[in-house]
Write a new protein. Structure first.
Length: 272
């Protein structure tokens, strides 16, 4: 599968696309707080998607999950992929993270064409450059909070004493200084997601993918979790790709890309 040297003439990687006549999700209201960092308006994006298409064959049915996706996400930008269930947002996240192969087109992160990497190369790339925050937390039940957060550092070859010290420091930053030795079953959903955030950011990855990170939480905890994600990203100049159907969570983003039926129908930069 070839990576296009440049988008086709009709594509604009950062342009807004008019909504479908049938109507789409309303653009969320402006975010509740202004960020204290900036992202470059020019230069090569951290994430580039060109002519992306994903098809699935399900028996006799041929499903086009994504079609003609062209997108550039700047370094240090918080970009929300927004849409209703079935819009294609989770499929797009899987493509960006290299979880699935595209049918056509390509994805580049930090200059690397991730859609061309094999499984070993993808695993190594994720360990070095990517963090994940999951809706269902995805903590290992047999490990305590420190051990869960230290896991990405172990894969990087960081010695045990150092990685556990860094994990403890991150857990204190997310307000879990008194829960260091607790196991997932001993923590609330909000506490487990704080562990998930500490794990995602402990290696200071270039990009963090957050898949409905507040979907299982109450309204106050949602705000706390999004504040943490935003503040860590600003502090370290990291790119965040947030997938959500919640307009209040989308309002934290610098930019909202709305999907409908596998296509980008709106792309909005939010004011500082």
């Amino acid at each position: 599968m070839a990576w296009l040297a440049s988008p086709p003439p009709t594509a604009n990687m950062d342009a807004s696309i008019a909504p479908d006549a049938s109507g789409v999700l309303a653009t969320p209201a402006p975010r509740p707080a202004r960020h204290n960092g900036t992202h470059p308006a020019s230069g090569r994006p951290m994430i580039e998607v060109r002519n992306l298409r994903k098809e699935y064959v399900m028996g006799a049915e041929h499903v086009i999950a994504l079609d003609r996706i062209n997108l550039g996400i700047a370094r240090g930008q918080i970009c929300c992929i927004y849409g209703e269930s079935g819009s294609g947002k989770s499929t797009l996240l899987n493509q960006l993270a290299g979880m699935e192969r595209p049918t056509r087109g390509g994805v580049r992160i930090g200059g690397i064409v991730v859609s061309r990497l094999d499984e070993r190369e993808l695993a190594e790339f994720r360990q070095k450059h990517i963090g994940f925050v999951f809706q269902s937390y995805n903590l290992l039940p047999g490990l305590n909070a420190v051990e869960n957060v230290a896991m990405p550092l172990m894969f990087r070859g960081v010695p045990r004493e150092e990685r556990e010290a860094r994990a403890r420091a991150m857990l204190r930053r997310v307000g879990l200084g008194k829960r260091l030795n607790h196991y997932p079953s001993q923590m609330s959903g909000g506490q487990q997601q704080r562990v998930g955030i500490a794990r995602a950011f402990v290696t200071r990855p270039q990009v963090v993918f957050a898949d409905e990170p507040t979907g299982n939480l109450d309204s106050k905890t949602k705000v706390d979790i999004m504040d943490m994600i935003r503040d860590f990203a600003r502090e370290n100049g990291q790119t965040i790709v947030l997938v959500t159907h919640d307009e209040h969570m989308a309002a934290y983003a610098d930019r909202i890309v709305t999907l409908l039926d596998g296509r980008i129908v709106h792309d909005t930069e939010q004011d500082e």
